[in-house]
Design a protein around this ligand. Sequence first.
Ligand code: SAH
Length: 370
Amino acid sequence: METPVATPPTNLLGLPRPELEAFVGALGNKPFRARQLMGWLYKRGEGRFDAMTDLARDFRAQLAECAEVRTPQIMRETTSADGTRKWLLSAGVAQAFEMVFIPEADRGTLCISSQVGCALDCAFCSTAQQGFNRNLTTAEIVGQVWLANRELGVDEQGHRRVTNVVLMGMGEPLANFRNVVPAIRILLDDLGFDISRRRVTLSTSGLVPQIYRLAAEVNCALAVSLHAPDDALRDELVPINRRHPIAELLEACWHYIDEQNGRSITFEYVMLDGVNDQPAHARELVKLLRGRPAKLNLIPFNPFPGTRFRRSPMAVIARFRDELIQGGVMATIRRTRGDDIDAACGQLAGQVNDRVRVRLGDKLAAAMAS
Ligand code: SAH
């Protein structure tokens, strides 16, 4: 007789509503059971089946046997002097990624990761330095939001602290399209986290074909890492530009807005001293973006060990912004948060694998280094 192969339990955090209904259906239950289950999972943040008291006992027993609610495990948590919190999360043996919560007076923004490492190799980003390890699964992406809600609890009015989610952590979300899109569906679903589409933002370095696909598949806000007004400079800073140059990228952006009935695209622009921060750059940006549904978000460069770049002086950044505004382009300066704990943009997890290596001992370290 053959030994039956044990199927691993299905992590329910990876299933958008139709898939959860199919899963529940395959167990012989009515689709409305999936809705009840989502209420427990996402409205009440409950992950223990035996606590889901209005589910039939048999159904709970079935779930306990073949399903689970599993978030990434916390390896370390750090809190910044400004209240920003960062979690180092495990992605299995010797792999880790990060998630950051940024509290503000009127909202709480959770910055989540979509990949362990990144393959895009942007010149000024510390995640790029560690290379690409793997895609996060849908359950690992959704699991970050679920975990943050559990860790952060509710405010004085009983509201969840995470009001906004940005896919601006480690990784290029559009390079993990297959897992990211279902995760966004769960964030937006009114039976899921029920976050409004203007409060879920995907940030991309500019994978043009996937921007078109995204426009057709989900409805969320889009941020695009522009960082340079011309192809010669952008080729250097954001190498994907060599494949999808600025004109093509902007066309995809305007298509996205048309398709989505969106308000505008946020263009991120990291301010690198003497590289892309001159008044002439601002004037070129005005030519590209004036009259378009675009906002520029100027990000003071956040340094990390070994980088050849420096942050533009604040006065230069302010002048750059003024130049843009005078030219008729909306522009703001992103306030740096959490840099004392390496939680600011572009600083995530550069040192993680080294720390993991130390913990795992020499043998594994040697294996990983080879
Ligand atoms: N891969 C996606 C999302 C992750 S990065 C993207 O490229 O958009 C989120 C933002 O931080 C991007 O705009 C990125 O260019 C920016 N960033 C990367 N490194 C940075 C650094 N060292 N200082 C400031 N911003 C940085």
